[in-house]
Structure formats: structure tokens, C-alpha cells
Design a protein around this ligand. Structure first.
Ligand code: PLP
Length: 445
């Protein structure tokens, strides 16, 4: 192994093994230990590891032309990917601006909303409303919108002003209400917030269509998005869906908004768009807003980036999309997602520290609590989910941690495997998680 001296690693508390190869849902390290990638990394490797057709597409595009500046040229993969996305995107969304990371695309979407208002002569609209317990990325703009306290706290003085409302998290309703008697107060709160800020100043509402990392996969109730859509329309507030995690088939639909029959004005995607092969993200927008920018005062979106609209990344993206279509993987997620849920319930429901199991498609969350009846969490300082996750890692199973589900406390873990996972591999995940929770909390509390 090359000596580990110069990399500033993501983890500083332990030596990381060297990953040397990966295929399907498995990753292998240099010592030959195999890991079942039960979360596709950061819920990103949607079509599985080691796809030769993606490697070939990327290779061929590199040989053809890997860089031609996006203000001087367009390229075939970007054109093809945008056409493909238009077929699957939420109704009305048919223009796509390509970038690299999810957080980067979130920032572009926030700016795009602002510029749309400018082009319509609504210069006073600049305010952004987002949600607590959300995840939108870690660069300063995305972090300002994001509502995960522990990530925000060290950098709070640097953040821009974003107004946060409570999320649709019925398990721990911030209003202390119970669904469905609650009247979906968390959605209606958007109207009150817009009125408090002054409707003429509000640019956009940004939220994950289905909450991912911060709430360990929590789909909102069916009424939530239609109410939000209506409020946004009433006050000319643009609705931005963050589908960086839940988009591109992850919930058993091409976009999670399909479950709610609601279309956003802007949709942000990332992760599964490039399938973990190459950084690739996109901001999709309705053509009327694209036209407003194109025909407006500035004649272009005042944005950019050296790696925007990148041909090689788009070549990976279009191949990922073709795989999803050819192998009917979105339909597979819809079907197999129910099997994942059933397996997790069967194996874990009885554990006294499992407070909740929820999810949709291939986005599942298991919430770990100190007391199953009251749902009171373990204090963050006990690092319960880190211990469970380390136990899983030793067993050779990789899942995705969530923290801060209850104030700064609260522990959850996400199961979000590649879309090709088989039933026996789902069983391996459920059994390993059972063992990790039992041995961490029950046998050695
Ligand atoms: C919903 C959501 N939005 C945005 C992001 C940020 O994406 P990236 O890490 O590519 O910047 C993430 C990453 O986990 C995410 O889950």
C-alpha cells in the first residue's frame, strides 16, 4: 500500500482500508476482504459497481473530445442526456443545466430562482425558505439552506440568512401533533412564514421531496406536497425540489415528486445521475423560466463553472440512464423496495432499541432509540450509530449513518443499496444490522 502520509482524509480517527476493486454490490479491499455496499456509498451507486458499458462510454468520449468550453461549444452527450431527462422529469421541466456536485447544483438552483424573479421584474424577491433537518450539501450556500444543526454549528457566523420551517417528520412532530388529525400543520406553516417575511420578498422554497440523510429516509404524508404547491402558487414563490438523493429512480419513480402528483418549478439532481462513476449533477427548470432568462435582460444564466456541461460526465450519465431504462431498474426498485422494507421489519421490529423503520423504494431508514415507548434518543455523545456502523463495517456490510434526528441527538441508519441487489444480499444486510444492534446495545449495553 502507498504510505498514508499526505492525504487529508475524511476520517481522521482511524486508518482507512484501501479499496481496490468493486463489482455489483460488492467492494473489495487490498487484503481481499469483501464489503456488501448496502448504501451504494452515499446512496449514489444506483446501477451497481463495475459497469463496463459506462467505462466504455467514458473512455470513448475521452478519446473523441473531453473538453470544449461550455460557452463556446455544446457536445453530444450533454444534448442526449438532457433529451433523456426531459422524458422522465416532472411535468413541464425540460431544460437542464449540468454541474458536478449536488451541493453545487443546489446553489445554482437558489441563484436561478433569484434570476428568474429578476427577469420577471420582481427584484425584491430574494429570500429563501428551507427546512430544519434537511440536507442540501456542505458549501456555504447549501449549508445555509441545510438544516442539520451539527453541520451548521461551527460555521454559523459565515452562513447567509435562510428561513427554516419544520419538516414533515410525523414520528417526532415539532408541533406535537399526530397525523392525520394534525391538518398537515408543517405544510401550512409555509404560508404563515411567507406572510411573516412579506410575500413580495420571498424567492423560493427549497426542500428534499423525500428526506434523506438527515432524517434517515422519511417520506412526507401524501397531502404534504399538494399543500406546499398550492401555497407556492398563491404567493409566486418558486418551488425547488432537491432530488439529489431521491431522484433518478431511488424511490421507485424517476422522480419522487411523481408519488405526490406535484411538479416543482426547479428540480435538483446529482448522485444517481452519474451513478457514482463521475461527479455529475443538474438543475432542471420549466421552459417558461428558461425562456424568461433567455429572453430577459441578461440573456444568460449568470453562472458557470469550468466543469459545467462536461462531455465525459454526461457520457457516464447517459449510459446510466440507458441502463435504468434497458434493465427496467426503476420498476425493479418499486417492487424490490417493498421486499427490503418487509425484510427489515421482520428482522428488526422486535429489537427494543429500534424505534421506527420507514422508507420508500430503495431508501430505507432504521431509527435507533433509547426507549422504544417514548422514542427518547441516546445522547449524541454516546455515538451509538457510529458504534453500530463500525460493527457493520467489521462484518463487511456498509450502510449510511444519520445523526441529529431528535434535536442534536438521535441516531438512524439508511439502507439504500444499488438497484440490482438480490434477495439473499438483502437478507445479509438485515441479519448484519440485527447483529450489530444487538451486540452493541443489548449484549453489551
Ligand atoms: C438531498 C441531498 N442534497 C444535496 C446533497 C449534496 O450533494 P453533494 O454531496 O454531491 O454535494 C446531498 C448529499 O448527500 C443530498 O443527500
Amino acid at each position: 500500500m502507498v504510505k498514508n502520509n499526505n492525504v487529508f482524509h475524511r476520517r481522521l480517527d482511524k486508518e482507512l482500508p484501501l479499496a481496490v476493486k468493486a463489482e455489483g454490490v460488492w467492494i473489495e479491499d487490498e487484503k481481499g476482504k469483501r464489503y456488501l455496499d448496502g448504501s451504494g456509498g452515499a446512496i449514489v451507486v444506483n446501477v451497481g459497481h463495475g459497469r463496463k458499458e459506462i467505462a466504455e462510454a467514458v473512455h470513448n468520449q475521452i478519446l473523441k473530445c473531453y473538453y470544449a468550453h461550455p460557452t463556446m461549444f455544446t457536445n453530444q452527450p450533454v444534448e442526449e442526456l438532457a433529451n433523456g431527462l426531459a422524458k422522465h422529469a416532472p411535468k413541464g421541466i425540460d431544460r437542464f443545466y449540468f454541474l458536478s456536485g449536488g451541493g453545487e447544483a443546489i446553489e445554482a438552483a437558489i441563484k436561478m430562482a433569484r434570476q428568474i424573479h429578476l427577469e420577471y421584474g420582481r427584484a425584491e424577491r430574494f429570500r429563501l425558505i428551507a427546512r430544519w433537518k434537511s440536507y442540501h450539501g456542505l458549501s456555504l450556500g447549501a449549508l445555509s439552506a441545510m438544516g442539520r444543526t451539527l453541520f451548521r454549528e461551527p460555521f454559523a457566523p459565515l452562513l447567509i440568512d435562510v428561513t427554516h420551517i419544520y419538516p414533515p417528520y410525523c414520528l417526532r412532530c415539532s408541533y406535537g401533533l399526530k397525523y392525520p388529525d394534525c391538518g398537515i400543520q408543517c405544510a401550512k406553516a409555509l404560508e404563515e412564514t411567507i406572510l411573516n417575511l412579506g410575500p413580495e420578498t420571498v424567492s423560493a422554497f427549497l426542500a428534499e421531496t423525500v428526506s434523506g440523510a438527515t432524517l434517515a429516509a422519511y417520506p412526507p404524508p401524501k397531502e404534504y406536497w399538494p399543500i406546499i404547491r398550492e401555497i407556492c402558487d398563491k404567493y409566486k414563490v418558486l418551488l425547488i425540489h432537491d432530488e439529489v438523493m431521491c431522484g433518478l429512480g431511488r424511490t421507485g419513480r424517476w422522480f419522487a415528486s411523481e408519488h405526490y402528483n406535484v411538479s416543482p418549478d426547479i428540480v435538483v439532481m446529482g448522485k444517481g445521475l452519474g451513478g457514482g462513476v463521475i461527479p455529475l449533477s443538474a438543475v432542471g427548470v420549466k421552459s417558461e423560466y428558461y425562456d424568461a432568462i433567455k429572453n430577459g435582460k441578461r440573456k444568460m444564466f449568470i453562472h458557470g463553472g469550468t466543469y459545467s456541461h462536461h462531455a465525459v460526465a454526461a457520457a457516464a450519465g447517459i449510459t446510466v440512464m440507458k441502463i435504468l431504462e434497458k434493465e427496467a431498474l426503476v420498476e425493479r426498485v418499486d417492487h424490490y423496495g417493498k421486499i427490503i422494507g418487509k425484510t427489515l421489519h421482520e428482522r428488526l421490529d422486535e429489537i427494543p432499541y429500534v424505534g421506527d423503520i420507514r422508507g420508500i423504494g430503495f431508501m430505507w431508514g432504521v431509527e435507533i432509540v433509547k426507549d422504544k415507548k417514548t422514542l427518547s434518543p441516546f445522547p449524541r455523545k454516546e455515538k451509538v450509530i457510529e458504534k453500530i456502523s463500525d460493527h457493520l463495517f467489521k462484518q463487511g456490510v456498509l450502510l449510511y449513518k444519520s445523526t441529529g434526528l431528535a434535536g442534536i441527538d438521535g441516531d438512524g441508519i439508511m439502507v439504500g443499496p444499488p438497484f440490482i441487489i438480490k434477495k439473499d444480499e438483502i437478507d445479509i444486510i438485515a441479519n448484519a444490522l440485527y447483529k450489530a444492534i444487538m451486540e452493541t446495545l443489548v449484549d453489551h449495553p
